[in-house]
Design a protein around this ligand. Sequence first.
Ligand code: BYC
Length: 327
Amino acid sequence: MYSQALNTATGHADTSEAGTRFQTRVDAEERIEPNDWMPEAYRRTLIRQISQHAHSEIVGMLPEGNWITRAPTLRRKAALLAKVQDEGGHGLYLYAAAETLGVTREELVEQLLAGRAKYSSIFNYPTLSWADIGTIGWLVDGAAIMNQIPLCRCSYGPYARAMIRICKEESFHQRQGFEIVTILARGSAEQKAMVQDALNRWWWPSLMMFGPSDSQSQHSDASMRWKIKRFTNDALRQKFVDATVPQGHYLGLTFPDPALRYNEATGHWEFGAIDWEEFRRVLAGDGPCNRERLAARRRAHDDGAWVREAALAFAAKQGVARQREAA
Ligand code: BYC
């Protein structure tokens, strides 16, 4: 532990003997495990990213949870309920992965509730119609998969392993979303208009999920060197656009981007400028739903206090019973 404490906490390459050995292991695609030596900056980067990811899953339950009582059929309601429960589960695996790095879940939750932690910008937008639920599955889960499949190969073992199960579930979420959107796009004129309106509102925020452009990304260089990230933000955004635009066209939808065009020479879809000012506003806490989301999380935390107290009381009772048995 003492040598860990001497570690520098910056993202610069650690040229100490231990740092060099660590980088050699990473370069050789060895997995780093919780008890292995790691640079302090690597540990901090992982805590930052994994906890933001966990918070995103938990806050991400809210926009969809809003539609559980209004899902159009019992089948849709059951599927949505299961999806939202999956997201709660993802949050738990991710908090558990972060805990292996020496923080507690309580500390991380406290940072979220105090408004000091980031979570994905996308969950600060409102879900105005049922088509938004399909569009979230199609676009938001689609973007999530594009970003998260490479994380299954992250150099840190507990995060990589958590991501394998998460990605399987996310891919099912994406399909259920695309199915909702397909039904609506083939439905009445009103349903088509509803899904087009959802695409108009969710397209640009979905592109922002991948983070700032590479020239502005503070953490990408170090995270790529440590093989936490395998692709840059812009590379993943482009992969997402290339995969998603043909799907939208297949559905007969129009993307809200007059600059969108296929470049035969590169084989990529070129897209217009992202409104980074809007992205910065949302990250700074001033998006359409930031206040509402945090208020809902705080309410849920307060309302759930009795569950935590009951679980602790039960654990204490069991501890006493075990001591009696052992005596
Ligand atoms: N929103 O240097 P950069 C889901 C922050 S859950 C908010 O490029 P990095 C789902 C970034 O954190 C989706 N903040 O950072 C759930 C950093 O801030 P700090 C969540 C963002 O880490 C329920 C600063 O901007 N997915 O899919 O190298 C239902 C500079 O950025 C955002 C994950 O968390 C953003 N969009 O790259 C349905 C995946 N973008 O910490 C679906 C794991 C950037 O310096 N995370 N920031 O204050 C990652 O892959 C990376 O952390 C990111 C950012 C690509 C997001």
